[in-house]
Design a binder for this molecule. Structure first.
Ligand SMILES: Nc1ncnc2c1ncn2[C@@H]1O[C@H](COP(=O)(O)OP(=O)(O)O)[C@@H](O)[C@H]1O
Ligand SMILES: O=C(CO)[C@@H](O)[C@H](O)COP(=O)(O)O
Length: 535
């Protein structure tokens, strides 16, 4: 619990399914329990989301109502108010957000942001400021044509990858903007600024347009990750005057200004409270877990991601390289899987009565290797590999239509982690028996899932003080940005790890890795290569 005089730092995360707040004090202690709070988007029933998103009939387009995120923030701040949260002690705020999603501000919106009336809610005042009311989000896979065009016009997939950190991906913001430039030209022309979800969160607090940071900006196919400037050739392919719509990108630790007067008057924040640039939820989670070079982080939130700190960028045709959120001279490498928690959740609902404990019991009732059964569950079109549908195989690689519930439950988890392991190894991610895997996100609560992760990767799995590491990272980053200029983020890292050392979640069963998962990985690689892709 915070010392009574301590300054506080508020970290927010606008993730796929909810908005979360994490608060720390000057010694990095969390105000857990007292003020740890979240608002689930599906609870705002009028927006009709499922898992925070709207899947469109074409099976490819996925959006979220932008105003829903604003209303969720109203609710979250009111929750804190009802808990008598000492707003006046907050010295810094930053935000993280689901990556790649974009927000479109109608011409004249900044004036509205600057003159918000404290007697009213944000949502009531920002109802009509979004020129495109449905934000395209990271689960979207409707922009294959725009991706092809970007790669064709900018020198090919490898050139785009080397320049921007990733080949053209459907969910990346540049391709989403290029699609809107065709299907929603009129409203795009009525737009004065485009934010990422992270910079949108910060904009709401700053009361004027917050810049996009280098790290989240790397998820757009538009930023040159070496020079940290927008890549004009890519901007030109996606949309006219795009540079003006995006504003200049900035280092992730930039203080963008003081809090807007609205929050001072409505909630009692100090007018001196500083607002710090936002970043993507995975970069923010790197900060929240105080990841170091050599560690591998596995985030099991809505998406599953695997990422690590790298010093040199060498982007390939698979996976992504982002500018590092806590050291702009370094990078982070990342693999993302769309079918993560929601797919496990679907199997849980079908096989274990919607109960995670029962899901764990079923996992414990079967043996590693699942008697040779392998399954790939791509309810949504997957990113790596670009495959859709459910594909099950018996021990002699024959396709089968169904498994028993206990086999199904193990198959989904083993299939997911073996695919990650194969992809990570093929990209040269350094995973040795002494590597440390840092697990986070909602599913990191599940010991049986973590055991399979440890066995597949043959490494110890550690967890942090909270699975909400993205909002924790936002709070750490807010604190860091207000320290003496030039202070390394590792100063925060060392203090954080001394206050909250990692917990050893599970140790790998080395013989299971060697005898079961190594041979199984080869089978999985060959089966995955045979699945029909949708591109
Ligand atoms: N005990 C559990 N076992 C497995 N998965 C879990 C468990 N508890 C929560 N989850 C999963 O965690 C997911 C939410 O994780 P979270 O990190 O909060 O997501 P996000 O930040 O993307 O909104 C849920 O979709 C749920 O399936
Ligand atoms: O697309 C990516 C990363 O490239 C996703 O990881 C999103 O950033 C969504 O994050 P979660 O809500 O699952 O944390």
């Amino acid at each position: 619990m915070a010392e009574s005089g301590s300054k506080l730092y508020l970290g927010l995360d606008f993730s796929t399914q909810q908005i979360k707040a994490t608060i720390i004090d000057d010694s990095l202690e969390l105000l857990l329990g007292d003020f740890d709070t979240s608002v689930s988007f599906d609870d705002l029933r009028q927006y009709n989301t499922s898992g925070g998103v709207i899947r469109h009939e074409d099976g490819r387009t996925v959006t979220a109502p932008t105003i829903m995120w604003v209303e969720a923030l109203d609710i979250l701040l009111n929750k804190l108010k009802s808990l008598n949260f000492p707003f006046e002690k907050v010295a810094g705020i930053s935000s993280s957000g689901q990556q790649h999603g974009s927000v479109y501000w109608r011409k004249g919106s900044e004036e509205v942001l600057k003159s918000l009336e404290p007697s009213q809610t944000l949502a009531s005042q920002l109802q009509s400021v979004f020129s495109i009311p449905q934000s395209p989000i990271w689960m979207d896979s409707s922009t294959t044509e725009q991706c092809k065009q970007l790669e064709q016009q900018c020198g090919g997939s490898l050139v785009v990858a080397k320049k921007t950190g990733s080949r053209a991906y459907e969910r990346f913001t540049g391709n989403q903007i290029a699609k809107l430039n065709i299907v929603d030209t009129v409203n795009l022309r009525d737009t004065e600024r485009i934010s990422l979800v992270s910079s949108f969160g910060v904009t709401l607090f700053a009361g004027n347009y917050a810049p996009i940071d280098y790290s989240d900006g790397s998820g757009m196919n538009l930023l040159d990750i070496q020079s940290k400037n927008w890549w004009q050739e890519a901007l030109d392919v996606c949309c006219p005057n795009l540079k003006d719509l995006l504003g200049e990108p900035v280092p992730s630790n930039t203080v963008v200004g003081n809090i807007s007067d609205y929050y001072v008057k409505k909630y009692g924040f100090s007018p001196d409270c500083k607002i710090v640039a936002g970043t993507g939820d995975n970069p923010s989670s790197l900060a929240g877990m105080t990841l170091q070079e050599g560690d591998v982080e596995v985030s099991l939130g809505t998406s599953d991601t695997v990422f690590l700190w790298i010093t040199e960028a060498d982007p390939q045709l698979m996976g992504h390289v982002f500018v590092n959120p806590v050291d702009s001279l370094a990078f982070m490498a990342l693999l993302c899987y769309k079918n993560g928690s929601l797919t496990r959740q679907r199997i849980r609902d079908q096989c274990s009565n919607g109960d995670w404990t029962e899901f764990e019991q079923l996992l414990a009732s079967t043996n590693p290797g699942n008697g040779g059964c392998i399954g790939f569950y791509y309810d949504d079109p997957e990113i790596t590999p670009p495959v859709v549908g459910v594909h099950r195989f018996s021990s002699d690689d024959t396709p089968v239509d169904s498994f028993t519930p206990e086999t199904e439950v193990r198959a989904v988890v083993e299939g997911q982690f073996l695919a990650k392991y194969i992809h990570a190894c093929s990209l040269g991610y350094r995973i040795t028996p002494s590597s440390r895997i840092l697990a986070t996100g909602g599913a990191a609560e599940n010991k049986q899932i973590l055991q399979i992760l440890a066995n597949v990767f043959n490494a110890c799995v550690y967890t942090g003080v909270t699975t909400s590491s993205a909002s924790l990272g936002a709070a750490y980053r807010a604190k860091h940005a207000l320290m003496e200029p030039g202070t390394s983020f590792e100063t925060i890292g060392q203090l954080a790890r001394s206050v909250y050392p990692y917990s050893l979640g599970v140790e790998p069963q080395r013989d299971v890795h060697e005898k079961v998962y190594q041979p199984m990985a080869e089978r999985v690689e060959s089966l995955l290569a045979q699945l029909p892709t949708f591109q």
